[in-house]
Write a protein that binds this ligand. Structure first.
Ligand SMILES: NC(=O)c1ccc[n+]([C@@H]2O[C@H](COP(=O)([O-])OP(=O)(O)OC[C@H]3O[C@@H](n4cnc5c(N)ncnc54)[C@H](O)[C@@H]3O)[C@@H](O)[C@H]2O)c1
Length: 289
């Protein structure tokens, strides 16, 4: 049984996304409701849209998932062939895509990539997937390797946000999705001091963007993948695949689709009131320890 709220019926426009008074009970049953994220008319820029191996990566899955939800996709990667392959795969599934070569640690590259993205329209989704994890004990970590870990894992996110967010504000708003890691909040069982520190910084950079720009129509959230079956770790940890799966409360590694589906939700209007969140996508791994 539903109780009709007269005020809601009268105004007929109040949804969970409006600025109407909180607590008035004016949300209509058919407002703001959807059965799947709808990104039609959006342009998503995916930095790190390629793959470091033959299998599906988080970045490529994100590009394909955004496109499946209706967004046009700008596939950016420092490896031009990888960016082009992702764009081609988006095209093969009926989507619109553009590929751009850019290194996220090079500010001019980031600006040029965003300029190129304008060919598909105003960018309203910024997805930061680039991340590189090089195992090393602390005492063995060279200063240059430390600097490189911070440059690629967090300075790249700073540069893309710095240049994309003002454009998104000017175009009416949008969503930032940063791919962090459970290594930002837990020791992952492997020694990655630079990677862990950088991913923790990504989380707080996400919160900073979220709160700085919330009133200007920007939401920013991070996805923290757990043990995901991707080429990034496949090469390094091939011998540990079964052990990695056992570590997860679910008994399996996650897939790039698990990560991409969370990103599509966070980028969509279905997550219109989700802001500044660092969301583990880890099968409960971090809830347990
Ligand atoms: N696989 C896991 O278990 C796991 C767990 C936690 C977090 N993550 C995160 O997922 C993300 C990567 O996942 P993936 O599967 O797509 O990795 P991937 O290595 O397959 O793909 C990353 C892409 O980024 C590109 N890239 C690297 N450095 C770049 C740079 N400086 N500029 C532009 N492009 C660059 C690479 O060419 C590659 O195509 C990272 O942020 C990583 O930290 C993965």
């Amino acid at each position: 049984m539903f109780l009709q709220n007269e005020e809601g019926a009268e105004h007929g426009h109040v949804s969970g996304r409006s600025s109407a008074g909180c607590g008035k009970g004016t949300v209509r049953i058919d407002e703001g409701r959807s059965t799947m994220p709808d990104l039609r008319g959006r342009v998503a820029v995916v930095f790190g849209a390629g793959s470091s191996g033959a299998a599906l990566s988080n970045g490529r899955a994100a590009a394909l998932a955004y496109a499946a939800a209706g967004a046009a996709v700008v596939a950016v990667d420092r490896d031009a062939e990888q960016a082009a392959l992702t764009a081609r795969l988006v095209g093969e599934q009926g989507g619109r895509a553009l590929d751009v070569r850019a290194d996220v640690t090079v500010e001019d590259d980031v600006v040029a990539a965003l300029d190129a993205a304008a060919a598909l329209g105003s960018v309203s989704i910024l997805h930061n997937n680039v991340g590189v994890a090089t195992p090393s004990g602390l005492a063995d970590l060279s200063r240059s390797a430390w600097d490189a870990a911070l440059a690629v894992n967090v300075s790249g996110v700073f540069l893309t946000c710095k240049h994309a967010v003002p454009r998104m504000v000017a175009a009416g708003g949008g969503a930032v999705v940063n791919v962090s890691s459970v290594a930002a909040i837990r020791h992952p069982g492997y020694d990655y001091p630079g990677y862990m520190a950088a991913k923790a910084a990504v989380d707080q950079l996400t919160v900073s963007v979220a709160l700085t720009y919330a009133a200007q129509g920007i939401r920013a959230n991070a996805v923290l993948p757990g043990l995901i079956d991707t080429p990034l770790v496949g090469d390094q940890l091939a011998d540990e695949a079964a052990a990695r799966a056992r570590r997860s409360p679910t008994g399996r590694c996650g897939t790039p689709w698990d990560v991409a589906n969370a990103a599509v939700f966070l980028a969509s209007d279905d997550a219109a009131y989700v802001n500044g969140v660092c969301l583990p996508v880890d099968g409960g791994l971090t809830a347990r320890c």
